[in-house]
Design a protein around this ligand. Structure first.
Ligand SMILES: [Zn+2]
Length: 424
């Protein structure tokens, strides 16, 4: 495969410029010219999001992974984590063009891009990919639901890019406002950043919208996307994807579920063996569409403590960062659920009995009985609005807050619990 022919030279060049690449090779006792195939690549450690957060914190902004001078960049983003993401040169730096083309986007399309243009890269990722295909883009971003419905009703919009749940929200809102989406020109949607249950896809398709799904990350851009057969996601031609055993970092057997680990031959940001934290498998049989690129067999959940809510990652450590600022809070827990194809975030809080610092439901022991008094044990509305504002600043999502009497959250409950059911 062409990727592996290029890999050793790529690693040689980037290790000369990016200290993190050099350090990873040294630590693995590997020389760049040896990394010529999957077996050799698997000698290098997997770099996970949490490793990248730590590396970036130690050497901001890119943790030693930048392979070009900073003035070569177009933009710098800050994704949840926080993680800094560079925007390198080129018309379609994150390579989503091939995915959108497969979904039927082309010159003549007018596309509503509902990903955020603010701090995170998703908005610009799809904006430039769409424009590279000759489509005209409406940079709608997130929120402003009524205005977005108005755009759909007023303009001959042919395509949608965003999360599938926000598309459902727009269609519901339209009906609520007295519009009839059946009369719109909207005929295709490219969705990513959250799970697409069959029931939601069927509902959108039932409204005459062809729905195509993609998979990628803010760090590495496009990884895989659906063809018209919609059985699995074809790997992007520009990435090396491994499915690895999350415990060992070693390649899983064919057909086995493991973590998606991505190496992009991107001289700007040479992440080697980037562990996405998403679980999938490689389908072994060829696709009925005739394309020969391998396919991911859908996403099978996430590793570790991050969950994706409304297209944004939420980490337990971010929640801890919020709660550390409110010593009046005792136990707390964030519960993610899903109703009517919409993610719902509930922050449950207990006031602290006695002193000390806040504790996630897991980890630290509960304050001993009898410490402090019941009179201390309350949270004011000022506390709650402060917590809400800080939560929105750090996590960029708005939770519903429920204040409970001390002792309500059971010991050993997860600090971040995902209760969503995806098979409905
Ligand atoms: Zn196919």
């Amino acid at each position: 495969m062409a990727h592996f022919e290029d890999l050793a030279g790529f690693i040689q060049r980037t290790s000369a410029r990016a200290p993190a690449v050099r350090e990873i090779l040294e630590r693995a006792g590997a020389r760049p010219e040896e990394i010529r195939n999957r077996t050799a690549l698997a000698r290098l450690p997997v770099t996970r999001k949490t490793d990248l957060i730590d590396r970036q914190r130690a050497a901001p902004p890119f943790g030693g992974f930048l392979g070009v001078a900073q003035e070569e960049l177009q933009r710098i983003f800050m994704s949840p984590g926080p993680l800094y993401d560079p925007h390198g040169q080129g018309k379609d730096y994150w390579r989503w063009g091939e995915a959108l083309q497969e979904a039927g986007f082309r010159r003549g399309d007018l596309v509503l891009n509902t990903f955020s243009y603010h701090l995170s890269p998703a908005g610009f990722m799809f904006d430039e990919a769409l424009r590279s295909l000759g489509a005209v883009v409406i940079p709608a971003g997130v929120g402003n639901t009524e205005l977005q419905v108005r755009l759909l009703a007023d303009l001959a919009i042919t395509g949608y890019v965003g999360t599938p749940s926000f598309l459902a929200t727009l269609l519901d809102k339209a009906v609520e406002l007295g519009y009839d989406p059946a009369g719109w020109r909207l005929q295709k949607a490219f969705v990513t950043a959250e799970r697409l249950p069959d029931s939601l896809r069927d509902r959108l398709q039932g409204q005459g919208i062809a729905v195509f799904q993609g998979y990628g990350t803010a760090d590495v851009g496009c990884v895989a996307y659906e063809c018209g057969v919609r059985e699995g996601l074809h790997l992007s031609t520009a990435v090396i994807v491994e499915i690895v055993d999350p415990e060992t970092g070693q390649p899983a057997l064919p057909g086995e579920v493991g973590e998606i680990v991505v190496t992009v031959l991107d001289e700007t940001y040479p992440l080697l063996r980037f562990g996405t934290g998403d679980l999938s498998l490689i389908l072994t049989e060829p696709c009925r569409c005739g394309r020969e690129t391998p396919r991911l067999g859908g996403l099978r959940g996430r590793l570790g403590d991050a969950v994706k809510v409304k297209g944004m990652f939420v980490y337990l450590r971010q929640i801890e960062e919020v709660m550390q600022r409110f010593p009046q809070v005792g136990r707390y827990q964030v519960i993610v659920s899903r109703e009517d194809h919409r993610d719902h975030l509930l922050l449950r809080l207990e006031p602290r009995r006695g002193g000390g610092s806040p504790a996630a439901a897991t980890g630290e022991p509960a304050p001993a009985e009898g410490e402090g008094s019941e009179e201390d044990a309350r949270l004011t509305s000022g506390d709650v609005s402060g917590i809400l504002a800080t939560f929105r600043d750090i996590i960029r999502l708005r939770p519903e807050i429920e204040v409970l009497p001390p002792g309500s959250i059971p010991e050993g409950a997860k600090g971040l619990e995902d209760r969503r059911q995806w098979n409905a």
